[in-house]
Write a protein that binds this ligand. Structure first.
Ligand code: F6R
Length: 606
């Protein structure tokens, strides 16, 4: 949350900062600002709203080749111009942008006020700017280091100083930060999307590290003891086109449409047809190590957690290992018992979700084995885990996650297959799953190309103030994710329930104003699911059913069908129409689909 960008080099900084902030807007979009060091000193411009509002507020000419920028997702203080970053000190010498939360900000602010400093914002970050300016250190690096020693909490910081316009000093603790290495120019950013148009060479900072960034390069050092840290740049393989809308009206629709191709890429080289298993060298677990685990525990947040539930169900079915998923945000706070014979799996699109990253650290600290299913290569979680499966979904820009979720589900299917085949999953069943996985991309393509009456169903649902998503056993995680997507972007109350639990209470809510989206795979539980639909229809509730061809559901008002795969993999296909339902419902309500209110992608605060 919150996006940071910085530039130093031969070009006009403001253009690069605004472009970078536009790319980072998915991290927060309630206010934005920049500060540039030019020939006539520092110039700061901030505004409430989107980056385009900041652009409109900028002067026509803004010279300066060093600058920092920020797009905010409010934590301390409401979205307002005084609370927007960059923040500065009383003499307007130091300018700071920050992502994260300074836990002891209240004490620091009180201390500054007691010293006569007049604070102009409600933020934690402003205190940092004053503290840096007041250290009395000879150089910016020491001033930043001395200030960091006084902070507790999380931060990615970029700092500029009118007295040292030849540098940006950056620091990281718990919030992501990278450097982009150009030709006689350098970039600073929360993630690569802000720099990928300019360079493919990036350096990741780790916690506790700082860097002095100049036009000709960077010097990295430890915040604690100033010891030099040797790091070199790695090449990222994202093309700027991946971040463009192309012919699509929204990133969400673009990302839904990309799934057949992105999945094909993800699966390539990972299916071993001869031995009916998955090739997952990146896990760094050989067959013996894989057999050692008596349990699997999956940790993720939000949609990633729901995909973890889907994954746990796949692992139990295919590998017959007890598996469950838990929100990483809960796990980390409850002094969890970490067992040596449990395989922990962290799942995350961004690889930067603070709650998941802390859960990983908790498992590691207690000696557990933790691997990752992560999309963003080189991200914090990807670097913390001992191995993993990169999701290769490509960049996901829409705040509401779609393709990354599908890739997570497929990643878990691969993991379940590999764990199963070193245990009791027969070669016949392994072959069945390998074939099913190979068929998935084309089948998803079929759903997207011929989605049936999905727009009609979405309109029906969008008119209701509240709705249920129901699924049973394998179908329940799909229902949970469907409800999550729907509420995120349509702002309608959508609650997921196990179909089996309806009659134990929630059936009381069913009436003609309360529709239900039912996940009804053609599997051994079909009769039971049809029973639940009868109960809903008998109480006047409208039903949108997502099912397989040939299933007759006269109770349902709109029936959407998806091709049949193997029963274990069907929940993945049944999820695709839920993505489209959420999209078209938000579209019919005229809402901001890619930037839903109050949310941000990549939740890097706790
Ligand atoms: C939902 C959504 C969030 C994320 C969650 C975890 O559409 O995007 O619920 O799934 O914040 O994010 P990652 O996967 O980046 O750890």
């Amino acid at each position: 949350m919150c996006g940071i960008v910085g530039y130093i080099g031969g070009q006009t900084a403001v253009d690069i900062l605004v472009d970078g902030l536009t790319q980072l807007e998915y991290r927060g979009y309630d206010s934005a600002g920049i500060a540039v060091l030019g020939p006539s000193g520092a110039k700061r411009v901030r505004s409430v709203g989107r980056v385009r509002d900041l652009e409109a507020a900028l002067p026509k000419r803004l010279a300066g080749k060093t600058g920092i920028g920020h797009t905010r997702w409010a934590t301390h203080g409401a979205p307002s111009e005084p609370n927007a970053h960059p923040h500065t000190d009383v003499t307007e010498r130091i300018f700071v942008v920050h992502n994260g939360i300074i836990d002891n900000a209240r004490d620091l602010r009180l201390e500054l006020e007691a010293d006569g400093v007049e604070l102009t914002s409600d933020t934690d970050t402003e205190a940092v700017a004053h503290l840096i300016a007041r250290t009395g250190a000879d150089n910016l690096e020491d001033a930043v280091r001395q200030t960091l020693a006084r902070l507790s909490g999380t931060y990615a910081l970029a700092v500029i100083d009118t007295e040292h316009p030849d540098r940006i000093v950056v620091a990281r603790n718990g919030s992501p930060l990278i450097l982009g290495v150009g030709d006689k120019e350098m970039f600073v950013a929360s993630d690569i999307s802000a720099v990928v148009r300019h360079t493919s060479q990036v350096v990741h900072l780790d916690d506790g590290e700082c860097a002095t960034v100049t036009a000709s390069g960077f010097r990295m050092f430890n915040a604690d003891d100033n010891r030099a840290v040797a790091k070199s740049a790695t090449t990222v393989d994202i093309s700027p086109d991946d971040l463009e809308l192309g012919n699509h009206s929204h990133f969400m629709l673009k990302e839904i449409a990309e799934q057949p191709f992105s999945l094909e890429r993800m699966l390539s080289g990972r299916l071993d047809e001869r031995f009916a298993t998955a090739r997952l060298d990146g896990l760094n677990l050989d067959a013996q190590a894989m057999r050692r685990f008596k349990r699997v525990k999956i940790l993720g947040c939000g949609s990633a957690y729901y995909m973890g539930q889907l994954g746990a169900s796949l692992i139990e079915e295919l590998a017959r290992i007890p598996a469950d998923a838990e929100p990483a945000s809960e796990f980390r706070y409850r002094n969890p018992i970490v067992e040596p014979d449990t395989l922990y799996v962290a799942v995350s699109q961004s690889g930067e979700t603070a709650d998941t990253a802390f859960a990983v650290q908790e498992v590691k600290r207690k000696g557990g084995t933790i691997v990752g299913l992560v999309n963003v290569v080189g991200s914090t979680i990807a670097r913390e885990v001992s191995g993993g499966i990169y999701l290769h979904a490509g960049p996901e820009v829409s705040v509401a996650s779609t393709k990354a979720n599908t890739h997570m589900a497929v990643g878990f299917a691969l993991l379940a297959l590999a764990l199963g085949r070193v245990r009791d999953l027969s070669i016949t069943d392994g072959t069945r799953i390998v074939k099913g996985l190979k068929a998935l991309p084309a089948q998803i393509g079929e759903i997207i190309d011929a989605p049936g009456d999905v727009e009609q169903a979405a309109k029906l649902l969008a008119e209701a103030p509240s709705l249920f998503f129901i699924g049973r056993v394998r179908g329940y995680p799909t229902a949970r994710e469907g409800a999550q997507k729907f509420k995120e972007i349509s702002y309608r109350h959508a609650e997921a329930y196990q179909a089996s639990e309806l009659k134990h209470g929630p059936l009381a809510l069913i009436n003609p104003e309360m529709p239900t989206v039912a996940i009804v795979p053609d599997d051994e539980l079909l009769d039971r699911n049809i029973g639940a639909l009868h109960e809903i229809a008998a109480r006047g509730g409208d039903i949108v059913a997502i099912t397989n061809p040939g299933v007759d559901l006269p109770e349902s008002k709109v029936t959407l069908t998806v091709p049949k795969n193997e029963p274990e993999l069907d929940p993945i296909l049944l999820m695709i129409p839920t993505q489209l339902l959420a999209y078209y419902a938000a579209l019919s309500l005229g809402l901001n689909i890619d930037r839903p209110r109050n949310l941000a992608k990549s939740v890097t605060v706790e």
